[in-house]
Ligand binder design. Structure first.
Ligand SMILES: *Cc1c(COP(=O)(O)O)cnc(C)c1O
Length: 395
């Protein structure tokens, strides 16, 4: 049996998205910036996609900028707010310890340019606290950026409250909503969000296309210079096929959020209930404030990488952290931010399911994981010491 349980890394392209992109890959190849009527069809498609995306998050079409993905949207939002703030003498930026690297590495770059960065702690439940943010803000804070839902552990942050606080203080607020868009209801006005990033391939559009929402009073700077596309804020001939697919996939996902959640939650709950029966296992974060499909657990005494290879041999695609950090042997910064010891963080498993998964697939995972964990523990010298009591159990 083949089970794709890595939807937080990327998702399959839906039929709706594929159908939406086909015209732009075949007969409708005009450049939306050209003046003749043949190209105007593409321009109309672009306008329609922008309106669709805006409607999905309660924004206005002119507040939607298409990008090459979530990473670019994060870069542009943060760099814009930082440089605009610096002109007014504001060189302090606030974020959290468990952001995606698209955010953390952008902040690192700005730090080298003289910005001061405060990264908020994440509590053991995988949620940051508004009180911590209140203590961190300063008169020279130029931006607060806090992710909507974490990509490794799935926990959802108090976005509306953070947004309200930032608005009261007059500080721009950005959220990386890549894991939430299409999976949770988002209204940028109701949630007091000034800027928001999304990525098509996390909700069944293809890879390489994303969105930056920026409220109309937010000054945006270019990170890609060139032509006057996207109201002069993002140069480059539009990825028409990708944009049309993103809009169609986002609408399809947003229209079905409640239905999909109802389908996914029982699968996730069963997965968690069964896997937590494995001795010396624990959930990372908590399931209280959570996107529907992501479960992240640690199993003491094993290596996440070995676990993944054995799951792969059993047809199961999963992840030990984010796809971006795999390949490096450092434990995930997200799990360390929760206060997990290194050796425990190494034994982590992220399963992220979606509406395309079935209960039969969940049963397959539930059958395979305990066996594999047992097998690996039996070979592990660390597990041996834990069992003999010469090394203390940490979970
Ligand atoms: C996937 C992801 C990104 C990066 O999006 P790309 O479109 O792959 O560049 C950024 N942030 C989060 C939280 C993600 O999960």
């Amino acid at each position: 049996m083949f089970v794709y349980a890595d939807n937080a890394a990327t998702t399959c392209v839906s039929k709706t998205a594929l159908d939406a992109m086909m015209p732009y890959l075949t007969n409708m190849y005009g450049n939306p910036s050209s003046l003749y009527s043949f190209a105007q069809e593409a321009k109309e498609g672009l306008d329609a996609a922008r309106k669709t995306v805006a409607d999905c998050i309660g924004a206005e079409p002119r507040e939607i900028y298409f990008t090459s993905g979530g990473s670019e949207a994060d870069n542009q939002a943060i760099i814009s707010a930082a440089r605009v703030g610096a002109k007014k003498g504001k060189k302090h930026l606030i974020s959290t310890k468990f952001e995606h690297h698209a955010v953390l590495h952008t902040l690192d770059k700005l730090k080298k340019e003289g910005f001061e960065i405060t990264l908020l702690d994440v509590h053991e439940d995988g949620v940051v606290r508004l009180e911590d943010l209140k203590e961190a803000v300063r008169d020279d804070t130029a931006l607060v950026t806090v992710m909507f839902a974490n990509n490794e552990i799935g926990t959802v942050q108090p976005i509306k409250e953070i947004g309200a606080f930032c608005r009261e203080k007059g500080i721009p607020f950005h959220t990386d909503a890549v894991q939430a868009a299409g999976h949770m209801h988002i209204d940028v006005n109701e949630m007091n969000i000034d800027m928001l990033s999304m990525s098509g391939h996390k909700f069944h559009a293809p890879k390489g296309v994303g969105v930056l929402y920026a409220k109309k009073n937010m000054p945006l700077l270019n990170v890609i210079e060139g032509g006057a596309q996207e109201r002069g804020k993002r140069a480059g001939t539009e990825n028409m096929a990708g944009i049309a697919a993103l809009a169609a996939a986002l609408k399809e996902s947003c229209d079905a959020i409640d239905e999909n959640t109802e389908k996914i939650i029982p699968m996730r709950d069963k997965l968690f209930a069964e896997l937590s029966k494995i001795p010396h296992s624990k959930i990372n974060g908590s399931l209280e404030y959570h996107v529907p499909g992501t479960v992240n657990m640690c199993f003491e005494g094993i290596e996440g990488e070995s676990l993944l290879l054995m799951l792969d041999a059993n047809g199961i695609c999963a992840s030990s952290g984010s796809a971006c950090t795999s390949g490096s042997l450092d434990p995930s910064h997200v799990l360390l931010s929760l206060g997990l010891p290194h050796e425990v963080a190494h034994g982590s498993l992220r399963l992220s399911i979606g509406e395309y998964n079935t209960m039969e697939e969940i049963d397959h995972i539930i059958e395979v994981v305990p066996k594999v964990v047992d097998y690996l523990r039996n070979m592990s010298p660390v597990w041996d010491e834990l069992e003999k009591g010469t090394r203390p159990h940490l979970i």
